[in-house]
Ligand binder design. Structure first.
Ligand code: ADP
Ligand code: ZN
Ligand code: ZN
Length: 734
């Protein structure tokens, strides 16, 4: 009998001992096993073996079944898991669970093969090799003859069934197998196939700044981190394409992370078109099997390029060459629930582990990355101008104090929009709220319809005739009378995307309007169809939320209007200025991307605000350096490091009490500052009151150690099981 240590996805920080009747325990390290855990059977991962079990031998339970014949994760992935468990203060079993593709986590799919990828091939039988077209077995069917010649002409006289299926029906294949002319065989996918088929398409000549960036990255040897700070449309993607070219030719694999909404077929297409090889795509619209396939292909070296969102940072690569994080400032790289990891931080760890370069790129780099670049931890590459014939859009403020407005747009702005539309261009209007209006207000008694579980005004959605809470997704019918006083004098307050679209359809009746927000792009492929329609100029007026800001290339948009972001100027969140500056810059970057001149207009009641003045006159790069200086003086990240403890409970006092104990625990440590507890930015959600506590220190290591120590103590408290709480390392919101 032997004892193995198994990591199990439960909220406990240890591994668990099980007995196994096996000769060689070394062989099942990193394999999945099915084990009893309390009344359940769970899938765990073997982390090692123990000389002696901690529990009495009699009580030791046995492994029910070993699920894999080869490890499901590499030694480096296990090491990453162990590091993440310490760094994020998260149980090892759950961390490993997060790292694996969903298909391998589920008990039901315990039998899912994690091992080698195979492919069904069709061969000509020996029989078939000796016949010709006039043979009676072929002469009667033109389709079968065609398939015969298709395979005869293929390399090694075999072809993958998947490829054959594109051109021949299943019945043709079946008929030929029955006549013993074709043989079907499972074959291991051939490694390096893609390497042979690379064909590099025509590419633009890199400009001076691009060339410097490309050669700086290409001369690097082993691990190094680069930050490409390139204005919108400066040709960052072109730089990525050119830096990965020599690596691909050597057979090395590239992993590219992009923001959730930035992963469009157009992005993937650009890489496929350049190199003529398939690109593996990993995003949230895939089902578990599709994900597993890409994961296996990458792990077995059968695919050269993988493009994916946040969690694809956990893709195993057989022959890693480079990691790229595009739009590295994007918030979707941070997972906000469960294991609160930041894919950019993991990328740094991964690249170091694999000893390969990491390239971060953005027009609006995060202050964290910019700080690292300025401190020379990252190599800083700057693309200050737009590529090709495009020039930067002009950025202007429109003072709307006391102005006549229509659907939230100033009259002067409407004139400018009409001008562009008449010239055959497209205009884009950004509204920061989806729905028809952010609130329903009674003009008689002032009552605002709110979500009781979240204490939050409900958004009016006229298209579906209801009220929706954007925090908990609760819905309610749209009342005709005030539920409080019964008056029918109820009206909407403020303007959301729905109302803006309706308004602009009325004002610009001769043009077509499209709305891009999470309501209209829901569903597979919907966003892409809309983006395509926009590029084919089916629409002239584009209305939308944040989604519009994400890296899309709209060649005919010449005017971008930002309707109202004033509230962000007065936010209590110290990251609000950075987020706002990124949003404004990215939105304005959608204008004038081809030869046509572009302009961005920002409507505001505060044109004299220093943030706006700096951003408009000096650009993001200047703003960001100034913002860093402010952070330094205020002792805020990235100069100091933070963790945030969140606590939620149906009982307000309980959530608060827990954090008070946390605060006392942390106050004992000399080199840490304790801030709070205070109410979370969203004070209530789904009936739970929410509070946060911030702990801050100039030393990341110190903070890590004291948090580990504190967490150990907190886990043992009874109250820690009465509230819902979590630790967020380097939080990006509160
Ligand atoms: P970014 O990723 O910075 O937004 P892209 O790589 O998408 O920039 O480039 C913006 C546009 O400029 C694209 O249409 C691209 O084909 C073009 N482009 C990029 N580099 C060059 C170059 N060196 N010469 C001409 N056009 C270029
Ligand atoms: Zn009322
Ligand atoms: Zn709610």
């Amino acid at each position: 009998m032997q004892v193995v240590q198994v990591a199990i996805p439960v909220p406990m920080y240890q591994v668990f001992d099980y007995r196994i009747e096996s000769e060689d325990v070394g062989d099942i390290i990193a394999c999945r096993v099915l084990v009893p855990f309390g009344p359940r059977k769970v899938v765990g991962i073997v982390m090692g073996h123990a000389e002696h079990a901690i529990v009495e031998e009699k009580k030791l339970k046995s492994v029910i079944e070993v699920l894999d014949s080869t490890p499901v994760c590499s030694a480096s992935m296990r090491e990453l898991g162990e590091w993440m468990s310490r760094y994020y203060h998260y149980p090892i079993g759950e961390v490993l669970h997060t790292l694996l593709p969903a298909a391998l986590r589920k008990q039901a799919s315990g039998k899912t093969k994690a091992s080698v990828q195979t492919e069904t091939m069709l061969y000509l039988s020996d029989e078939a090799k000796n016949i010709d077209d006039v043979d009676p077995r072929l002469s009667r069917s033109q389709k079968q003859r065609a398939l015969f010649h298709f395979i005869l002409a293929s390399a090694e006289q075999k072809a993958p069934l998947s490829k054959v299926k594109d051109e021949f029906s299943a019945s043709v294949v079946k008929a030929m197998i029955e006549k013993d002319l074709l043989i079907k065989r499972e074959e291991e996918l051939q490694v390096g196939d893609w390497k042979q088929s690379i064909q590099i398409a025509d590419k633009p000549l890199a400009n001076v700044d691009q060339s410097i960036a490309i050669s700086s990255v290409n001369v690097s040897n082993g691990f190094d981190t680069f930050l490409i700070e390139g204005v919108t449309g400066s040709g960052k993607t072109e730089v990525y394409l050119q830096i990965i070219e020599p690596l691909l030719l050597e057979g090395k694999q590239i992993l590219i992370l992009v923001p959730e909404i930035g992963l469009t077929p157009q992005t993937v297409q650009r890489f496929e078109d350049r190199f003529g090889i398939p690109v593996g795509m990993l995003h949230s619209n895939l089902n578990d099997t599709e994900r597993l396939t890409v994961w296996q292909q990458a792990r077995d070296g059968n695919i050269g390029i993988v493009i994916g969102t946040r969690s694809s940072i956990f893709t195993e690569l057989k022959n890693p060459g480079m990691i790229i994080v595009d739009e590295e400032h994007d918030e979707s790289f941070k997972q906000q629930d469960n294991l609160k990891y930041h894919a950019r931080d993991i990328a740094v760890y991964r690249a170091k582990q694999l000893n390969i370069p990491l390239v971060l790129g953005s027009a609006t780099p995060s202050l964290e990355s910019l700080h690292n670049a300025i401190e020379k931890k990252y190599k800083h590459l700057v693309l200050p101008n737009r590529a090709g014939s495009a020039s930067m859009p002009s950025q202007r403020l429109m003072n709307i104090k006391g102005q006549q407005m229509q659907f939230g747009i100033a009259q002067g702005m409407l004139d400018k929009m009409r001008e562009q539309l008449q010239a055959g261009n497209q205009v884009m209007v950004f509204v920061n709220r989806r729905g028809y209006a952010p609130a329903l207000l009674c003009h008689q008694c002032g009552h605002v319809e709110s979500c009781q579980r979240c204490d939050n005004p409900m958004t009016v959605h006229k298209s579906v005739n209801n009220l929706q809470c954007h925090r908990c997704a609760d819905t309610r019918y749209l009342p005709k009378r005030c539920p409080e006083c019964g008056s029918d004098d109820v009206d909407t307050f403020g303007v959301g995307t729905e109302q803006m679209q309706a308004g602009l359809e009325e004002i610009f009746a001769e043009y077509d309007t499209v709305r891009i927000d999470s309501d209209t792009v829901r569903g597979k492929g919907k966003l892409n169809r809309l983006l395509q329609d926009i590029n084919q100029k089916k629409y002239q007026v584009l209305v939308g939320t944040q989604i519009l800001s994400k890296g899309h290339h709209f060649p005919d948009v010449t005017l971008v209007l930002i309707v109202d972001v004033d509230s962000a100027l007065f936010s209590a969140d110290f990251r609000a200025p950075e987020k706002l500056a990124q949003l404004i810059t990215q939105l304005s970057g959608r204008a004038g991307r081809s030869g046509k001149a572009g302009e961005m207009w920002l409507q505001t009641h505060c044109p004299e605000h220093p943030l706006l003045q700096d951003l408009i006159n000096n650009g993001y790069s200047d703003f960001a350096r100034y913002a860093l200086l402010e952070r330094k003086h205020a002792g805020l990240p990235p100069y100091e490091h933070q963790i945030c403890i969140r606590s939620e409970s149906h009982k307000k006092g309980l959530a608060m009490d827990f954090l008070k104990i946390c605060a006392d625990t942390f106050t004992q440590f000399q080199h840490a500052k304790v801030l709070g507890p205070f109410p979370a930015f969203i004070e209530k959600r789904q009936g739970r009151f929410r509070f946060v506590l911030i702990v801050q220190s100039p030393s990341r290591n110190y903070l890590q150690k004291i948090t580990e120590q504190a967490n150990f103590g907190l886990q043992t408290l009874a109250i820690s099981r009465q509230v819902r709480w979590s630790i967020d390392v380097s939080p990006i919101d509160f």
